[in-house]
Write a protein that binds this ligand. Structure first.
Ligand code: ZN
Length: 387
């Protein structure tokens, strides 16, 4: 959109110059009048076709603009939903969510969605015309005069996709320590040094007006995943770290990923327990990276089908139960049917690994069977476990 506007500005200047220089020539005057009229019409169109956030008044209000759906999810807090492309795969299929937290003079954007500037071949994401301009139009109109920083939860292509929109700008790009930064080069052909690296737990984003966003390390899905807590508003932004979407299950493919996840989810739960009163904890809203997951990933064995619909976010029990599942795998209690844990085989995973899903109320983990047994020092049985 800004390209269109700049073009119109330039065009307008040309007209006024011509108007002063050649006013006496009748044919030029007629042409000028025509151009002026059309230019006025274009200017009007440029103003009204830009993203207008004024319709986002009440919580839950949403606006569809270009490739995005924008929701008001808090006071000056927005979810910018990229609904993805039904022809694509992975992050491209289910779409990703980007979050924008604004305060008095600053704004923090969490995640950057899919790459529609260059596309991303492996997810079958195709480039879109004016992708950068459209995205910046949404962001700039939401933040107004506030300064912006961007932090991504992890360096996967569907969460760092629009990085290029902010290169060579004053916007700082942040990522937590431990992520594979070379992926930025291989995925989007971007120099990894455009990101500043922070240490989770130490780094806080102080947006002013009491809005401080804390950071927590949560590995498993990636090696340096970050979740962000906005305490005054009781919102936790988790990317894919706890689960991709509100279906509340996390796939962990190796013993290392499982161990890291177990340590970090317990740290997070303990921190929330120690620093928040129960009343506040139970008001927690957990915003994941793929709220569109609900629509696409239904499987026959998916226990989450029986859970009540939520408001597009998870809650405290979800975080706590994910830790409960991890702990039950570690101490072997998941095999004790009287403890309330359920396990069942699900279709084989990568490299034909036998996988199981272990569920406890709002939490579910999917692991290779040998990892689940190995975590508590047991050997997986030769015959598959009962269904
Ligand atoms: Zn993702």
């Amino acid at each position: 959109m800004s390209v269109k506007r700049n073009f119109i500005k330039q065009y307008g200047k040309d007209i006024s110059l011509k108007k002063n220089g050649f006013l006496s020539l009748l044919n030029l005057v007629i042409i000028l009048v025509i151009i002026l009229i059309s230019s006025f019409a274009c200017t009007q169109q440029a103003i009204t076709s830009g993203f207008d956030p004024s319709n986002l008044k009440q919580l839950g209000d949403s606006v569809h603009y270009g490739s995005y759906f924008i929701y008001k999810i808090g006071e000056d807090i927005y979810k910018i939903s990229d609904p993805g492309d039904p022809e694509a795969i992975l992050g491209g299929l289910i779409g990703t969510d980007i979050y924008l937290i604004c305060s008095e003079s600053k704004a923090l954007m969490i995640d950057l969605g899919n790459n529609y500037i260059d596309g991303f071949e492996k997810d079958l994401i195709k480039p879109r015309e004016n992708a950068k301009e459209e995205f910046l139009d949404v962001v700039n109109n939401l933040i107004g005069k506030r300064s912006l920083e961007v932090a991504v939860t992890h360096m996967h292509p569907d969460h760092s996709g629009m990085t290029k929109a902010f290169i060579d700008t004053r916007v700082s790009l942040w990522i937590g320590e431990g992520e594979d930064m070379e992926r930025l080069r291989t995925m989007h052909n971007i120099e990894p040094s455009v990101y500043k690296i922070f240490r989770q737990g130490e780094k806080k984003f102080d947006l002013g007006g009491g809005r401080i966003v804390e950071t927590f390390l949560l590995r498993g899905h990636s090696n340096g995943g970050t979740v962000f807590l906005l305490k005054p508003d009781m919102m936790l932004f988790t990317g894919d770290a706890i689960s991709p979407g509100p279906r509340r299950k996390r796939e962990l493919r190796s013993a290392e990923a499982f161990n890291n996840f177990t340590v970090d989810i317990n740290n997070l739960v303990n921190n929330l327990k120690n620093n928040l009163a129960p009343y506040d904890r139970y008001g927690l809203q957990v915003y994941t990276g793929h709220s569109g997951e609900m629509m696409f990933h239904a499987t026959k064995t998916d226990i989450a089908d029986t859970l009540p619909e939520d408001e597009g976010y998870g809650e405290w029990r979800f975080v706590q139960d994910m830790a409960n599942v991890a702990n039950a795998i570690k101490d072997g209690t998941w095999l004790d049917a009287t403890r309330g844990f359920h396990h069942f085989e699900i279709p084989a995973g990568i490299n034909n690994q036998r996988q199981i899903q272990i569920v406890f109320y709002n939490g579910a983990l999917i692991l290779p069977e040998d990892v689940a047994y190995g975590a508590s020092g047991m050997k997986a049985p030769e015959v598959p476990i009962s269904k």
